[in-house]
Design a protein around this ligand. Structure first.
Ligand SMILES: [Zn+2]
Length: 485
C-alpha cells in the first residue's frame, strides 16, 4: 500500500507538478488503482480530473471517460495536452462521420478517450471499444444516472449494458453531490452490487459560504431586494432563476438599473454567445450573469463572491451545486435565496410532463400515432418505449418520478422554512451532521443581525479588460425566445 502511494505521489509530482493530495484524492486513487469499483463524492474544486488522469498515465490500456457536456470535452482534452499527454481524443456528435471513424480506428493509439453516453452506446462505438483493453472506465457527473427533469438523458440508463459489454478492468464513478440514497441509486442503476462498491464521500460543507434566505411579501419586493443586493455586492455574482424569458428580462432590467455589466445565460442562447459570456465572466469583463440552471457546469472561476436565487431550485442537490460555484478561492462568499410564498409552485410545475394516456402511448409504440404530440417529453418517452416498456409502464414510471420530484421540492422548502440553522438542515440531508462553524459566519439564523457589509467579502481583483459587447442589443434580440431552461 505505502509503496503504491509512493509511486502515485512520484507520478503526480513529475507529470502534474502537485506535491500534495487534496481531500479524498489519495483514498480514491488507491481504491481505484487496486481495482475496487469506486464511487467518489467530492465537492467541485476537489481536483477530480487527477483521479483519472493519473491512473491513465500509470496504467496500460485505455481510459474511457463518460462526460455529459460536449462543450467540456474539448476543454478536458486540452488540459491533458497541456500536461504533455497527447494520446487523447474526444468522440461525440460534434465530429463529422469521417472524424468519428478516424478516432474509432485509432483507439489503440490513445491513452484517454472522452465521450458522451449517447455516443458510447452506439453499436459501432461499443464494437470498436470492445476490442480494446480498457484499464479504467470513468463516469463523470454520475448523478446524471439518478437525475430526473426536463434535461434527463435516458442514455445514462444504458451504461449498465455498456459496462457488461466492455468489461473494463477498473470503474470509477464521480460526482459532486449525492445523498446516500442517490449513491445507492447510481450503483443499482449501473447493475453493480451495493456491497462491492467502495465509497469515498467528502463533506458538502463549504464553511466560507454564508447561507441566507430572505422572505419577501411579493414579487415586486423581491425585485427591489435583488437590486439592493447586487448594487451592494457588485462583481462577481450569479443570479439563478428558472425561466429563459425571466432571465432575459431580469438581466435587461439590471443593466438599466445598475452600472454593472450583466448578461443572461440559458439553453436558448446560441452556443457561440454562451461561450463568449462564459469567457467574459471568467476574465471579469462581465460582473453578473442572470442564468437558469444551464449555467455552471464547467465554470471554473474561483472568485465568484455571491450566488442569489431569485427562484427556488428544484432540489437541495441543485441548490448545493449552484451555490458551490461561489468562493472556490476559499475566501468569504454569500449564498442568498429570495423567497415569496407560493414560489415552490414554479419547480413543481417545471417537472410536470403532461403525458397522453397509456393507450395512446401504445399506439405511438407501434407507429400508429406520431410522437410529436409528446412535445418536450418525446425523447425520454420514445426511449422507454423502444426499450420495450408498455404505455402503462411508462405512465407508471412518470407518476413515480413526479412523486419523487414533489418530495425534493418539499425538502427544498424545508430549508427555506428552517428556523434553527440552515447549514445543519442542508448537511443533514446529505447524511452529514458534524461540522465546525462560527455562528457569526454560518447563516442568517445563527446570526440574525447579519448585513452584507459585515461579511468581509474580499474585494475583487482587477483583471485585464477585454472589449465589452453591446449587451443591451444582444438581450433585446434574445427577448423573442420564450420557453424554459
Ligand atoms: Zn447556521
Amino acid at each position: 500500500m505505502t509503496e503504491q502511494i509512493e509511486q502515485i505521489r512520484a507520478v503526480m509530482k513529475r507529470v502534474f507538478g502537485f506535491d500534495d493530495f487534496r481531500p479524498g484524492q489519495e483514498e480514491t486513487l488507491l481504491k481505484t488503482m487496486t481495482g475496487q469499483p469506486t464511487l467518489a463524492v467530492l465537492p467541485t474544486g476537489a481536483g477530480k480530473t487527477l483521479l483519472y488522469q493519473l491512473p491513465g498515465v500509470m496504467l496500460d490500456g485505455l481510459v474511457v471517460i463518460i462526460t455529459p457536456l460536449i462543450s467540456l470535452m474539448q476543454d478536458q482534452v486540452d488540459r491533458l495536452r497541456n500536461v504533455g499527454q497527447s494520446r487523447v481524443a474526444a468522440l461525440n456528435s460534434s465530429l463529422d462521420y469521417q472524424e468519428q471513424r478516424w478516432v474509432l480506428s485509432h483507439l489503440s493509439d490513445l491513452d484517454f478517450l472522452f465521450t458522451s453516453p449517447e455516443t458510447l452506446i452506439k453499436p459501432d462505438v461499443l464494437r470498436a471499444l470492445h476490442n480494446q483493453t480498457i484499464s479504467l472506465f470513468v463516469i463523470d457527473e454520475a448523478h446524471c444516472i439518478s437525475q430526473w427533469g426536463p434535461d434527463f438523458r435516458p442514455e445514462y440508463l444504458l451504461l449498465n449494458q455498456a459496462l457488461t459489454t466492455l468489461k473494463p478492468q477498473r470503474l470509477l464513478m464521480l460526482t459532486a453531490t449525492a445523498t446516500p440514497a442517490v449513491q445507492d441509486d447510481i450503483i443499482n442503476r449501473l447493475g453493480l452490487n451495493i456491497n462491492q462498491v467502495s465509497r469515498v464521500v467528502e463533506s458538502v460543507n463549504r464553511p466560507n459560504i454564508f447561507l441566507a434566505v430572505q422572505h419577501l411579501d411579493n414579487q415586486d419586493a423581491k425585485r427591489r431586494r435583488l437590486l439592493e443586493l447586487v448594487t451592494k455586492l457588485g462583481t462577481s455574482g450569479i443570479v439563478y432563476l428558472s425561466s429563459r424569458e425571466g432571465a432575459n428580462q431580469l438581466a435587461a432590467w439590471l443593466n438599466e438599473q445598475t452600472s454593472l455589466r450583466v448578461a443572461a445565460y440559458h439553453a436558448g442562447v446560441a452556443p457561440i454567445d454562451r461561450y463568449r459570456i462564459q469567457q467574459q465572466f471568467l476574465t471579469g469583463t462581465l460582473d453578473l450573469v442572470v442564468a437558469t440552471s444551464a449555467f455552471g457546469m464547467g465554470i471554473d472561476k474561483s472568485d465568484i463572491r455571491y450566488v442569489i436565487h431569485f427562484q427556488m431550485p428544484v432540489s437541495l442537490e441543485a441548490y448545493v451545486q449552484e451555490i458551490g460555484r461561489a468562493g472556490r478561492d476559499s475566501r468569504q462568499a454569500l449564498a442568498i435565496l429570495l423567497y415569496c410564498r407560493g414560489d415552490e409552485q414554479i419547480p413543481l410545475l417545471l417537472g410536470k410532463i403532461d403525458l397522453p394516456s397509456a393507450e395512446i402511448l401504445d399506439q405511438i409504440k407501434v407507429g400508429k400515432t406520431t410522437d410529436t404530440i409528446l412535445g418536450d417529453a418525446a425523447h425520454v418517452v420514445s426511449f422507454y418505449l423502444t426499450q420495450g416498456m408498455s404505455g402503462r409502464e411508462v405512465v407508471n414510471v412518470f407518476a413515480k418520478l413526479e412523486e419523487k420530484r414533489a418530495g425534493q421540492v418539499q425538502r427544498m422548502l424545508s430549508y427555506v422554512q428552517e428556523d434553527g440553522c440552515r447549514r445543519q438542515n442542508l448537511l443533514a440531508y446529505f447524511g452529514q451532521r458534524e461540522f465546525l462553524s462560527d455562528k457569526f459566519t454560518c447563516c442568517d439564523l445563527t446570526n440574525p443581525d447579519w448585513v452584507v457589509a459585515d461579511l468581509d467579502l474580499p474585494p475583487v481583483q482587477k483583471k485585464v479588460s477585454l472589449p465589452v459587447l453591446d449587451w443591451r442589443s444582444r438581450l433585446e434580440s434574445l427577448f423573442a425566445q420564450p420557453g424554459l431552461g
